[in-house]
Design a protein around this ligand. Structure first.
Ligand code: GUN
Length: 285
């Protein structure tokens, strides 16, 4: 039986510490951090993510302004809003909730965000900083996964880590962060042949492929650490579920995360941390 690493509990304790740090910093700098969120359309997932971010930000004392636009807003109007937020000295962080509608060029929009306010860590400059080991803002989900592993003192160095998924948001930066912690990393994806033979070698298995309960017990080594980044709708129950078949994999893993209550709260927590880091950075200029 495995130990469940609770992202909910860990996020709560990090948020408590962050609230205190924000209180102290606000006394010094005369204002609290501020995050601007751009949300386009009414995608259910995005609406719920943004609600979660708003609640968490308010709890730690970060001001949050959400600009919610209709699905058919013109790209130029989103562009103008980002330029305005870039120039607004009271705004520390800018987050563009993804996905954007098809008529808006996501890369173009992300590239417009001032890298020092890019709290998602998606701007090419921050992506390059991660790959070159320079100072920058790290993407929230992989940062949250590393924090979860560290919270249980799980050794990463020397371990065989397998990342299933190669998105720019999770899989790729996750692999780089594990590599930077001296794991031996393999990235698997939809074209990987005999996926199970590779995942079975993992001491640390990160599932971020976006397929409900795809990682089954026969794909996991006895005693592996299994981190589930998935956020899918269970086709049978319509409820939120991960990429890992938790009920069966938890019988084999040493440590495992659940969905919900695992990586999700950590992603939000790291977003708050990144906003605070961006805020502090703006006073160093
Ligand atoms: N959509 C799904 N995950 C994310 C995320 O981490 N950041 C943003 N901006 N949009 C998302």
């Amino acid at each position: 039986m495995s130990i469940v690493i609770s992202g909910t509990k860990l996020a709560l304790s990090i948020r408590e510490r962050l609230s205190k740090d924000i209180l102290v910093a606000a006394k010094i700098h005369g204002r609290v951090p501020k995050l601007a969120v751009i949300l386009v359309g009414n995608d259910m997932g995005s609406l719920s993510y943004v609600k979660g971010k708003e609640k968490a930000a308010k709890e730690v004392g970060i001001l949050i302004d959400t600009y919610h636009y209709q699905e058919d807003i013109k790209e130029i109007d989103v562009e103008n809003k980002i330029r305005e937020l870039n120039n607004d000295n009271s705004v520390d962080g800018i987050l563009v909730q993804l996905p954007l509608p098809k008529h808006i060029n996501t890369d173009y929009i992300i590239n417009l965000v001032d890298p020092s306010k890019d709290v998602d860590g998606f701007h090419p400059r921050n992506v390059a900083s991660l790959y070159l080991k320079q100072t920058g803002i790290s993407p929230c989900t992989p940062k949250g996964v590393i924090t979860l592993l560290d919270s249980k003192n799980i050794t990463i160095e020397g371990k065989r880590a397998v990342v299933v998924g190669r998105s720019n948001i999770v899989g790729m930066p996750m692999a780089k962060m594990l590599l930077d912690r001296n794991a031996t990393v393999t990235i698997c994806h939809s074209r990987t042949k005999d996926l199970a033979s590779i995942t079975k070698e993992a001491d640390i298995l990160i599932a971020c492929l976006g397929k409900a309960k795809y990682i089954t017990a026969d794909m996991v080594k006895e005693g592996a650490v299994v981190i589930d980044v998935g956020a899918n709708k269970d086709p049978l129950t319509n409820k939120l579920c991960g990429d890992v078949d938790f009920d069966n994999v938890s019988l084999k893993a040493s440590y495992i995360t659940k969905v919900p209550g695992g990586v999700g709260p950590m992603t939000i927590c790291c977003l708050l941390e990144n906003t605070f880091i961006a805020y502090l950075g703006h006073f160093k200029k």
